[in-house]
Design a protein around this ligand. Structure first.
Ligand code: N01
Length: 551
């Protein structure tokens, strides 16, 4: 489409799941594309999170691209939940198979993006000192890309090795014979802990909040298992497109409170034995909306923890309290709780024994010094907005995105934020994002963005921007849906509560992947309702503003 030198139709930021698919879809639709990737390889989240035990916890059949039946047929996953390394091999295969690498400039960060109103173009500045103009920008930067430090005094004084799970070194460190401390017990911490237990001299876990961990039941896949899924793959994907979580399992409507104790016990046991990430949430329709129903699940899992962990005092520290089950992301592991039965693993409960400071030799707690050779920070991310707010993004009138989002991020449908025209966010604030199958959400967003750009091209439209009123109404709707659930009761990263000073606003849309997809499709079918479209100026004619036709 673009005829001008040094102007591309779409600048894509990131070469992970969303960046790769954006390159493919937009290029295949005839747009010129240029992608920038900070790492020296493909993979995004899976490139940076190479820590021991890193693997996805949605089944591989669902956490993978659905756009190509051939790709589905030819790629053999080794396990139900593949490792980060295997996911990277898959993404590298995708990049090679669809010839995407030639569009990616590696080792290059986008530092700034400024909208030039007179030209309806974005000017990007990159870490190699160059600039590029683009008609559209697609930050495919992921929701969990900017690591959050642990905010503990003395962190810079530690004399041993120190790593954040979200920036794991390419060269695997040696663990044998070392005294290792892990701070954080979210999904990353749990995976590190169950993997390193027994592989180092001593593992000390520093736990601020106990989490719910359910069995992973990970296993190798046989050719027969793969064949079984392939035989019904199309139906599986079609079902996933209309369900709440973007996986092929619709939500039940039955209340946990209406079931008999025996029925509940049978369902919970089944969810434990045939475990999967969303299994307990799918036992009954009200687990995430009714505190009493939720507590039944929570207490069932606490019972399992008491059974597994032999020392009652340690078991007590591992019992999750203070937030409803599922409102902080539950974790999967086949041996997390049993590692605490080992003599070479100890648990420090930071609620009763806080960290005073980090010192060169290790960690000083209120009960004394714990000497360490290696410290692993599994302390999470500046999630959902961090990747974008770390870029100097300036929209209409030079307004900074950071200024617009001071009181919390806003975006219409999680696709565009008003005042920043022609910039599409992939799985952005206000979309289901991390609360549904991310790979399904990414494809849905990229498909929508591609179709939108085709529409603009076909209709001679130079600029699209979210209408501020539509954006406000959507964000209100996002909050209204949250208020009908128990998610509000947790200090989770979904609301920015994990980052000191970050504005707290619940950002993922909880209305469900299927409903959300329908809403996005309806908006497009109505001529981009809630967006303002501006026609390309023709010689001798004024530029015409069009409200999205049904707005
Ligand atoms: O990060 P987290 P994560 N002192 O924010 C603690 C996805 N993911 O990297 O809960 C002491 O969940 C913090 O304590 P608290 C997945 O969506 C997926 O583990 O704030 N502790 C918490 O225990 C996941 O939800 C996979 O009180 C401190 C931990 O660090 C998301 O990424 C694998 C602290 C952070 O947990 C993030 O997971 C990995 C401090 N100063 C990640 N600061 C899979 O697919 C923080 N903590 C399997």
């Amino acid at each position: 489409m673009s005829q001008e030198p040094n102007v591309v139709d779409a600048a894509i930021i990131g070469a992970g799941f969303s960046g790769l698919y954006a390159i493919k879809r937009l290029r295949d639709a005839g747009f010129s594309v240029q992608a920038f990737e900070a790492g020296d390889g493909i993979g995004g989240t899976w490139y940076w999170n190479h820590y021991p035990g890193a693997r996805v916890d949605l089944e591989c059949w669902d956490y993978s691209y659905s756009f190509s039946p051939e790709l589905q047929d030819e790629w053999d996953w080794s396990h139900r939940y593949p490792t980060a390394q295997e996911l990277m091999r898959y993404l590298e295969h995708v990049a090679d198979r669809f010839k995407l690498r030639e569009h990616i400039q590696f080792n290059t960060r986008v530092d700034a993006a400024e909208f030039i109103e007179a030209e309806n173009l974005w000017l990007l500045r990159t870490s190699d000192g160059k600039t590029l103009k683009a008609r559209f920008v697609v930050p495919a930067t992921g929701g969990l890309s900017v690591p959050k430090p642990p905010e503990i005094p003395g962190i810079e004084t530690f004399a041993g090795e120190a790593y954040h799970t979200g920036r794991w070194p390419r060269q695997e460190p040696a663990y044998e014979g070392k005294r290792i401390g892990v701070i954080g017990t979210g999904s990353s911490g749990v995976q590190v802990i169950h993997t390193l237990a027994g592989k180092c001299k001593h593992l000390t876990v520093f736990q601020r909040t106990a989490v719910f961990v359910v069995p992973a039941k990970n296993h190798p896949l046989t050719p027969e298992m793969r064949q079984r899924v392939r035989a019904t793959y199309a139906e599986r994907r079609n079902l996933s497109r209309i369900t709440r979580f973007g996986i092929p399992a619709p939500m039940p409507t039955e209340s946990a409170l209406e079931a008999t104790p025996e029925e509940r016990q049978a369902k919970f046991e089944n969810a434990w034995v045939n475990s999967q990430l969303l299994g307990f949430r799918q036992c009954f329709g009200d687990i995430l909306s009714n505190a009493e129903a939720n507590e039944l699940v929570a207490e069932f899992i606490r019972g399992k923890i008491r059974e597994i962990v032999k020392d009652p005092a340690t078991a007590q520290k591992l019992l999750p309290y203070g937030f409803p089950f599922g409102t902080k992301r539950p974790c999967l592991s086949d041996n997390y709780y049993s590692v605490y039965n080992r003599d070479d693993v100890s648990l420090v409960d930071l609620k009763s024994t806080p960290i005073v400071r980090i010192v060169p030799e290790g960690i000083e707690t209120t009960e004394g010094l714990i000497e360490l050779d290696m410290l692993i920070y599994a302390t999470g991310y500046d999630a959902l907005t961090g990747a974008l707010t770390h870029i100097d993004v300036r929209g209409v009138g030079g307004r900074k995105l950071n200024d617009k989002w001071t009181d919390g991020a806003k975006a219409y449908l999680g696709l565009m934020t008003a005042g920043f025209p022609n910039l599409f966010t992939v799985t952005g604030p206000g979309s289901p994002g991390p609360l549904a199958n991310m790979s399904m959400g990414i494809e849905q967003h990229v498909d929508w963005i591609t179709q939108c750009m085709e529409y603009l091209r076909d209709h001679g439209i130079a600029r699209i921007d979210a209408d501020p009123a539509a954006e406000d109404a959507w964000m209100q709707h996002v909050q209204e849906v949250v208020s009908r659930t128990l998610y509000e009761k947790a200090n989770s990263w979904y609301r920015g509560a994990n980052v000191p000073g970050k504005p707290q606003l619940f950002l993922p849309y909880l209305g469900g992947h299927g409903n959300y997809r329908r809403k996005c499709d309806d908006v497009a079918a109505a001529g981009y309702q809630g967006f303002a479209l501006t026609r390309r100026a023709r010689a001798g004619q004024p530029v015409a503003d069009l409200a999205g036709s049904a707005a």
